[in-house]
Ligand binder design. Structure first.
Ligand code: ATP
Ligand code: MG
Length: 559
């Protein structure tokens, strides 16, 4: 991560805690974090925040960060997600010290559970999930103890071993911690530590039919790996006493510190794997990597540079207050990064044919064009020019509005890098639609400045018809019309019906014909575009609009 902008990150409370810990020589000055996704879906922009925080902190303090799959719900998890998550973390620019699975520790966790039974801190209960719920009490009333709480250690050990051996059906028994059924913290009212699930696991196959719960697994996995700072989102704040209780009772040699931070919520966006899954399953988007999806894979396919996501995560900072971050903040990070890093090209999205009548038939000139306005190292290219060109349909107005300085009948404009042209005639089809313009050019204005110093107000882009590459361009817009779709009764009612517009007859300058999959460009005056990694082929390019040049959303919506 050598981007100088990233080093200016504002400090935040977690960084300050860690600095203080290092000063106090806590954990021998070591910083060990982890990113613990459940492989039950694709990672989204919210996970990017957690990834940048965990890996970023480890990097900053010379520590280590593991990637750990929190894989304790076999029915929901899949190897496909495991692979996707690894790809996404790497793409964001991070590498893990070690790749682990919570399931790697199943045997050890079982031993720890046995230890809790032996010390009288856990018992096997016969209650169903519903009975447990009914006995849990409320925030103002204590819960009721299960009769099984009085079981002997011996009986508990025997039952737990038989749970493991597969003697019981799903839901017939659970292992619970023996804490306090009257605790004001509901998580401490004898939480379930293990349940029975006869299901095949993506990592351990059929080796197990009992699976540990999140609250038992997470803290112990952290301790086993020697994690020093266990960073998680705010919904786990009320679980921290249980996190600490388990570690204290098991007496692990290492006791990681859990620190909670606010989740990322982004306007016009859904950040829940379950809901994103629904979008794909019900066909509202085409796939997990549909460029409209806020998944890391969707953003990658859309063309977002990983550095832009890291920059975004730095800018939003880390706090303990839940808030809704404006989608514009993300788009601005993307724009700024692309402005620095992407070469410029000419592309006409909605072509209108222009014949330059006084230009010699069959002649081709080539104009040099800088690939980047302020990065000379990007070099230049030659753009061919000939008698028939395409311009953008909305760069012409038959009856120009007041502040419209582009092409109009009798009006002169500059063709970028080329000549001044003046529109002399409009050609229409049988339906009266404009299909062609006839223009004349000033041979003295070669390169875009006239010999007599005559000024024109408008400069427009163009491509030579004969040399142009035909392309499909996909214009993406926000997936939702509601600023906070997650808060709506049914988020699906707020999908933007115009989130994708396909332009099938775009004309690009020839250098774009063989654009590499994923290559990003600024199409001058239009925005930033990436060659689609799924559908773009050399000779048949397909481009995704990554982001517009400016924030046009507010204006568009007022129309
Ligand atoms: P989802 O509700 O989308 O399934 P999750 O929290 O269940 O999300 P996990 O796979 O368990 O997803 O998350 C892995 C890590 O990423 C956790 O530490 C979690 O706190 C963090 N994380 C998930 N969503 C966000 C978010 N929106 N902002 C910040 N961190 C997040
Ligand atoms: Mg989760």
């Amino acid at each position: 991560m050598n981007d100088p902008r990233e080093q200016e990150a504002p400090s935040h409370f977690i960084r300050e805690i860690i600095r203080a810990d290092i000063r106090a020589d806590k954990n021998g000055g070591k910083v060990y974090t982890r990113f613990p996704p459940e492989p039950n879906g694709y990672l989204h922009v919210g996970h990017a925040k957690a990834i940048c925080l965990n890996f970023g902190i480890a990097e900053e303090f010379g520590g280590r960060c593991n990637l750990r799959f929190d894989d304790t719900n076999p029915e929901r998890e899949d190897q496909e997600y495991v692979e996707a998550i690894k790809r996404d973390v790497r793409w964001l620019g991070y590498d893990w010290a070690e790749l682990r699975h919570a399931s790697d520790y199943f045997e050890q966790l079982y031993e720890y559970a046995v230890k809790l039974i032996e010390t009288g801190k856990a018992y096997v209960d016969d209650f169903s999930a519903e009975q447990i719920r009914n006995h849990r009490g409320t925030l103002i009333t204590p819960g009721q103890e299960s009769p099984a709480r009085r079981r002997s250690h011996k009986e508990n050990l025997d039952l737990f071993a038989r749970m493991r051996a597969g003697e019981f059906k799903d839901g017939e028994k659970v292992l619970r911690a023996k804490i306090d059924m009257a605790s004001p913290n509901m998580n401490m009212r004898d939480p379930v530590l293990y349940r029975i699930k006869h299901a095949t696991h993506q990592n351990t196959g059929d080796a197990w039919c009992i699976y540990p719960m999140y609250d038992f697994t997470q803290c112990l996995s952290d301790a086993i790996e020697g994690v020093t700072h266990s960073l998680c989102t705010l919904e786990f704040e009320d679980h921290r006493p249980l996190y600490d209780w388990v570690l204290d009772e098991v007496a692990t040699p290492c006791h990681p510190q859990q620190i909670e931070f606010a989740r990322l919520n982004l306007s016009y966006t859904i950040t829940s794997k379950r809901k994103l899954n629904q979008l794909v399953q019900e066909g509202h988007t085409t796939s997990w990597d549909d460029p409209r999806m806020p998944t890391i894979s969707g953003m990658r396919r859309r063309g977002y540079p990983p550095a832009a996501l890291r920059d975004f995560c730095n800018r939003i900072g880390i706090t303990k207050n839940d808030s809704l971050i404006d989608f514009e903040v993300l788009e601005n990070s993307v724009r700024e990064e692309l402005n620095q890093s992407s070469e410029r090209r000419l592309a006409v999205l909605d072509p209108l044919r222009v014949v330059i009548e006084n230009y010699p038939d069959g002649q081709t000139e080539r104009f040099p064009a800088l690939n980047h306005p302020f990065r000379d190292e990007f070099g230049s290219r030659q753009i061919p020019f000939s008698k028939v060109i395409y311009i953008e349909r909305d760069d012409f107005m038959e009856e120009p509005a007041k502040k419209f300085f582009r092409l109009a009948p009798g009006r002169e404009v500059r063709l970028r890098f080329a000549y001044y042209i003046t529109c002399s005639e409009i050609i229409r089809d049988a339906q009266g639609e404009i299909v062609e313009l006839r223009c004349s050019y000033d041979p003295q204005s070669r390169g875009g400045t006239s010999a007599d110093g005559r000024k024109v107000k408008g400069t427009i882009h163009w491509v030579s018809a004969e040399h142009s590459a035909a392309a499909e361009i996909r214009l993406y817009d926000r997936l939702f019309l509601s600023a906070n779709p997650a808060a709506e009764k049914n988020f699906l009612d707020h999908l933007n019906p115009e989130s994708l517009r396909v332009l099938s007859d775009c004309k690009l300058e020839p250098s774009l014909l063989d654009a590499e999959s994923g290559a990003r460009f600024q199409f001058e005056r239009q925005g930033y575009f990436a060659a689609d990694s799924g559908d773009s082929k050399p000779g048949a390019p397909v481009f995704n609009r990554i982001v517009t040049l400016r924030d046009t959303w507010a204006k568009v919506r007022q129309k």
